[in-house]
Design a protein around this ligand. Structure first.
Ligand SMILES: C[S@@+](CC[C@H](N)C(=O)[O-])C[C@H]1O[C@@H](n2cnc3c(N)ncnc32)[C@H](O)[C@@H]1O
Length: 222
């Protein structure tokens, strides 16, 4: 297994440098800050008043599990049931998960966080309201259900590191898997990403980014 490097970001939360992809998993300006801004505030908080009883989330690249952990806290805070489906073909190893300081930073039980990284492939509960499954499929090969997801977190490495996952074909597949009036958020605002999302049928918005990042994208399936 390739050894990754653990790094501290400016908000005090960890990230990992991926030796395989040559990039950090999160912004050096703050991992938790970035995830909350792009995926929780711009993603989950936009569907909060739609009165959904069971929210279905797809994450492309679930990695450290930080987005899932924040989605779990959001589900508890807002009393909304969540079914969370993560795709992660290159999972971090248990020792790396053990070192991450997200449980401390977010004030939650370490074992709950480690549960995310056990038994990849099985469907499990983090609470009565939060069901999750992480699968090892590449997004290129994933067989996604039709008209199912309410929110998509698109969090692969950058288009420079992995251009093969930011293509119209991939976004068309994801678009089909989403219900009407649903939302996808992603940190990249590159031209090829905007064009690929538009070609897939999304209506896109550029939004102000978290510290250190001017803009990011929210894409709607209307
Ligand atoms: C920028 S990191 C973000 C990880 C995660 N969201 C987090 O908060 O830690 C990108 C993730 O995408 C995963 N990934 C790489 N190629 C992928 C692919 N083809 N399909 C799905 N995920 C992929 C990587 O293994 C990595 O965990």
């Amino acid at each position: 297994m390739i050894k990754n490097r653990l790094l501290l970001t400016d908000d005090g939360s960890h990230t990992i440098f991926s030796e395989k992809f040559g990039e950090n998993y999160h912004s050096g300006f703050g991992a938790i800050q970035e995830s909350k801004h792009i995926f929780i505030d711009a993603g989950l908080n936009t569907v909060i008043d739609k009165n959904l009883t069971d929210l279905r989330i797809l994450e492309v690249g679930s990695g450290t599990g930080l987005n899932m952990l924040l989605a779990y806290l959001w589900s508890e805070e807002n009393n909304i049931s969540v079914t969370y489906y993560g795709l992660e073909p290159f999972p971090i190893c248990k020792n790396e998960a053990l070192l991450l300081n997200y449980p401390n930073q977010l004030g939650i039980d370490k074992n709950l966080f480690l549960d995310i990284h056990n038994d990849i492939g099985n469907s499990k509960k983090l609470s009565g309201k939060f069901l999750f499954q992480v699968n090892s499929d590449l997004i290129e090969d994933a067989n996604l259900p039709d008209s199912y997801y309410n929110v998509v977190f698109f969090d692969a490495f950058s288009p420079d590191a992995q251009p093969e996952v930011w293509t119209p074909d991939i976004f068309i597949n994801i678009y089909k898997s989403m219900v009407a009036d649903s939302v996808l958020t992603t940190y990249s605002c590159k031209g090829i990403v905007k064009r690929a999302l538009k070609e897939a049928g999304f209506r896109i918005e550029k939004l102000p980014g978290p510290p250190g990042k001017r803009e990011f994208l929210r894409a709607w399936k209307l």
